[in-house]
Design a protein around this ligand. Sequence first.
Ligand code: HEM
Length: 212
Amino acid sequence: MKTLEYRHALRRSATLLAVVALSLVLLAGLTGILLSFYYEPTARGAFESLREITEILANGGLIRSLHALAGNGLIVVALLQIVVLFLGRQFCSAWLAAWISGIFYTLVAIGLSWTAIILDWDQVGYWRFKLELKTIESIPLIGSELRDILTGGNGINSVTVEHMYTLHSYVLSAIAFVLAVVHLGALIYQERQVKHNFQGEAGGVKAPIEVS
Ligand code: HEM
């Protein structure tokens, strides 16, 4: 049987990780917007514009590094959060909301990292993307449609960079923000619910059922 202190520590850690995750999403969003002022989402311009951001613009390298750090850090925090939430699982709606939003924002964080592989238009990104497209293509029924949606239908070119950039900077980053807010909200609500139930327990109301 797990101790109450252990459960409390897990709940607190989950809330803390959710705060860190939301901060990372905001940092990645902010630095992403700053990058977008100078980034050119085309096959010709992407590599050159990022080189200019890093080498010529004041603090451009710092902003690019902060963006990469926040984006990759988000994946680490999200994976850690899944473990913490699993260990502290309990039968209540707030935990379930936190669990579901946590799983989805982990997937979205991985998606954000994946959609970025072609954005800098370097050799590694290009060939990695080409290889992974083969895997996508092999998905039964929807594989080739999905490949065309991602690439634009004519191989890997400027349209591909535009599509991936749109998915990355508008679609997935907005979803990540919404999920991170819902996730933190659910965990704060869970803390309040548990506190309320324990106060109520002294007055005869039962505490939430916890899974051991
Ligand atoms: C939740 C928000 C976001 C997350 C988690 C995120 C995550 C990432 C990650 C992991 C990378 C790859 C960095 C690397 O390892 O080199 C990346 C690259 C990039 N992102 Fe984002 N991103 C976010 C929002 C945005 C937004 C809003 C924009 C633009 C409006 C943007 C523009 C870019 C660009 C241009 C790159 C390529 C830069 C490079 O290769 O250094 N991102 N992003």
